[in-house]
Design a binder for this molecule. Structure first.
Ligand code: AMP
Ligand code: FE
Ligand code: FE
Ligand code: ZN
Length: 269
């Protein structure tokens, strides 16, 4: 069974890279895509456990990009060979931009009267510290009653604690992945703000390779729609659970019927 979308605690998942591999093996997933947000650190550490458990890893990354001012997630696969140094360097720049934002975000939250430090947030998020970690701290300190409220009232793009961070445009993300010899796939299209069928020509413009038709947020109707769009626009298909561990307990590795032959087609492409 294949599952091409999962996260470790190197981004916002709760399993260590080793635990993720063990969870995959237990769920009967023998081919696992590790697709942490903006980092390869989880994939890099999972190799040993994967060899022991007989799980084949697919190197992936999930980039946060912007399209018309909205966040659109982009998956990059097979970034293991050509041009990898350049791509990894670019990812490190994205991480630096995030850290710079975090410094300004802490200042903003302190100005709003919250007792929160960068060290506290980085103790949770390490290299991938982001708004979800600030939100967790706000809940624990009783400033808000839940994560949702932390975002709605303070951290969301339209809320009063929001601090800008440079994020690549969708087309730039596609270009970087392609330059590095990878496959670029539109992640969980159901979450894209806007009319995806209408946006397809624009999304495909820069050479998008694939669309994630199988995803735990998709109904069977959604999946049928995205499979149809893939056919119409000549795109490959990817799929995965988007497993995050305990923070999304309903999402399990291998919960979707992702066709095995999809990976061979991706490799050919
Ligand atoms: P960052 O990359 O630090 O700006 O944080 C982005 C992450 O925050 C996203 O990947 C989501 O996981 C999470 N996020 C963004 N907006 C919301 C929201 N309105 N509610 C809950 N989580 C959100
Ligand atoms: Fe995530
Ligand atoms: Fe995502
Ligand atoms: Zn994801």
């Amino acid at each position: 069974m294949i599952d091409l979308h999962s996260h470790t605690n190197e981004s916002d998942g709760t399993c260590s890279p080793e635990q993720l591999v063990h969870e995959a093996a237990r769920a009967g997933v023998n081919i696992l895509g590790v697709t942490d947000h903006d980092t390869f650190a989880g994939f890099d550490q999972a190799g040993g456990a994967a060899r022991e458990a007989g799980v084949e890893l697919v190197c992936g990354i999930e980039l946060s990009t912007k399209l018309h001012g909205h966040s659109v997630h982009l998956l990059g696969y097979f970034l293991g060979d050509n041009g990898l140094q350049g791509f990894r360097h670019w990812v490190l720049e994205l991480q630096a931009a995030r850290r710079d934002r975090n410094i300004r975000l802490v200042q903003r939250l302190q100005d709003l009267g919250f007792d929160i430090t960068l060290a506290e947030a980085e103790a949770r998020g390490r290299g991938m510290t982001g708004r979800p970690h600030f939100a967790q701290i706000m809940v624990e300190k009783g400033y808000v009653s839940n994560l949702r409220q932390a975002f709605d009232d303070y951290l969301d793009e339209s809320a009063k604690g929001y601090v800008y961070r440079r994020e690549p445009q969708f087309a730039e993300g596609v270009e970087k992945i392609r330059q590095a010899g990878g496959i670029a796939s539109l992640a969980h299209p159901v979450r894209v703000k806007g009319d995806v069928p209408a946006l397809m020509p624009e999304l495909c413009e820069g050479g998008l390779n694939a669309i994630e038709a199988y995803h735990s947020d998709h109904t069977s109707k959604d999946t049928a729609l995205y499979l149809d769009l893939a056919k119409r626009y000549g795109l490959q298909v990817t799929g995965g659970s988007d497993f995050h561990g305990d923070v999304k307990p309903d999402v399990k590795l291998g919960m979707l019927q992702v066709p095995d032959d999809l990976l061979d087609k991706l490799r050919e492409a």
